[in-house]
Design a protein around this ligand. Sequence first.
Ligand code: ADP
Length: 209
Amino acid sequence: MELNRRQMDILEIVKENGPITGEQIAVRLNLVRATIRPDLAILTMAGYLDARPRVGYFYSGKKPVQSVTDNMNAMKVGDFQSIPVVVAEHLSVYDAICHMFLEDVGSLFVVDQSSYLTGVLSRKDLLRTTLGNNEIDKIPVHVIMTRMPNITHCTKQDTLIEAAQKMMDKQIDSLPVVNDKGEGLEVVGRITKTNITAAFLSLADDHEL
Ligand code: ADP
């Protein structure tokens, strides 16, 4: 919830002078009590202020109550993304599997010589190739990857909700976060189901990331 100028002024007055009556707050603002009544109601309902009959308003010190929707819409990909793990197109499937274990990730992004995104490798892509195939040190990943232009991606500025929606729609576990450079997509991050879970947890009062 965004506070207006007058609500912020009231909050400051109560912080410094509370407990203070509505009448006294109005005097300090050169206004009448009736004018600031809605503001006081909003500040009290939102949890910024506590009101005690015959004592007045005082600063609650509590975190303001924000709607879950407000919180969720404020979450941006850039605030929750992880570091991407990228590999070259000619890396072997065998080496890609080693990378996945070493880097402890569930998907790898494949880039060309200019470092632009060309593909995605998931755990199952690698498992599928490995089944019944003992030459995985000879197969380059570009042969088995899901390739551009079929890669679903997002940007740092997108909301986490938009990213989560894409992952659900396409039934995939991760999205590369990209910068569109015109001639190609530069990979700057990675959004996974784990990031979405962390964001979900951060909405609960007692959890700070
Ligand atoms: P897994 O295959 O391990 O279950 P995913 O569900 O992420 O993991 O991947 C399913 C398929 O979708 C794989 O073939 C993978 O290459 C592809 N894929 C994964 N991420 C993306 C993406 N961001 N854009 C397009 N395709 C993707």
